[in-house]
Design a protein around this ligand. Sequence first.
Ligand code: ZN
Length: 497
Amino acid sequence: MEVYGIKMIRKPDIERIMGKTVTLYEESVTNLGECILALVRSGDTKHLIAKGSGPLVDKLEGEVKDDLKICPANHANRLVLNAYLPYTKPTTNKDGRPSIGLGDRLGQATPGHIKALGDKNIFPYFAQQSIRELNLTGRTFDGVIDDAAYAVFQCGYTAGWGADGDHLKKEEEVKAALQCGATMITLDSSEMIDNTIAGLNEKELLVRYEQVDEKTRSFYEDLYKERTFTFGKLNLTLDTVSLMKDILIYGKALDYIQKIWETFPAFKADESFLEVSVDETATPTDPKSHLFIALELKRRGVHLKTLAPRFAGEFQKGIDYIGDLKQFEQELIIHETIALAHDYRLSVHSGSDKFSIFPLLAKHIGRPFHVKTAGTNWLEAMHVVALTDPSLYRRMHAHALARFKAATAFYVVTTDLSKIKPLDKVSDEQLGDYLKDDNARQLLHITYGYLLQDKDEQGAYLFRDEFFALLAEEEELYRDLLAKHIGKHFELLGWKK
Ligand code: ZN
């Protein structure tokens, strides 16, 4: 058997054989004895390069040229990589590290995330997309995991990472995500949550409550009515009114969560971690409701790993927390007490840029927890555009303004477009300042689907091709901006080591 040295896969040879200039990702060069593998990029296309022999090389799809096999960075080849290099495959957060969802809508952000992680003891979910995001970006679960896996290989990142099927609502979605290898499922039961109850007065509430069948009512009442639960210094009583409300608001959602838990053995087997999210509701999650949910899930034998309540205040996309920090802090302490007592962790959604609450999370949660970020990666990509291609930025910004109204159908924001400085009053050198302005951030944030997918009359993308070509060319700047921005999240979360 011929053993290849690390130096044996050389950029000039690859360029000669491929007939074009390439970027060779040095950290990807992996010597497996009988073969050597590496990842290269030319333009915005990546290729796996294999040299040598053996079953791995045989299984890769690709074209043999000279002594190299040039393989597309496609789904089939990702599965081959997974089989031979287990660190390229998503896994669960087995050792219970603090964890972060880093949803990367573009499939380009993972190298920046890896740089931000350094050697910190954090478990990253590099792949994390909701169905809404997949639809708005025209991607698939497989594609999202492929992109993350190739980035992991590109950077030689071996510390383990996860894939989260985010905000899944339907059983088929859970099934599909698990089949693609999702190691976390965020089950969003918001369609089963009754949002019409919170605003009712006591009389109206009673009318609705009496429509619940007698057996169900007395079952819950025997278990919980006017019972006080004590956790250290905290006493919570499920008084009659809150119990009636919780049964009406969450009853169907609890049945559904139990059904999903029982349908997919992957959860019980710890092959995938179940998160329950009740954050997309009309009102913040009352701590008593959280307790009711926790008690019920326990009674039903559902072992969730994380729960995302809707915290008080507003968690709008891409900007800092809006709300009463004192109230947030008080409720956080109660939510964490309930979560701890029921053996799961808190999950904080829409965590991008929520810098003012991170120190409170660090202070009051004396153990690992989960935070999700997503859109901030897209905004840093727009930051790259603003800094390196003023013409493209101006066109995208103008299009975002034109599409803003349509985009508000998908996202709740309080953006004031009139406060955004007009483009013709801003010099090219100042375009980057838009990313420091909350209104402009939200404008760019919620219109990403249109900016990436809209086409002209001839059917050509307005920006997509130009945008991705620029991002590939400026990959180091993008990586550095992301590392700095995500690094600030880690620092304020107290995740230093
Ligand atoms: Zn959420």
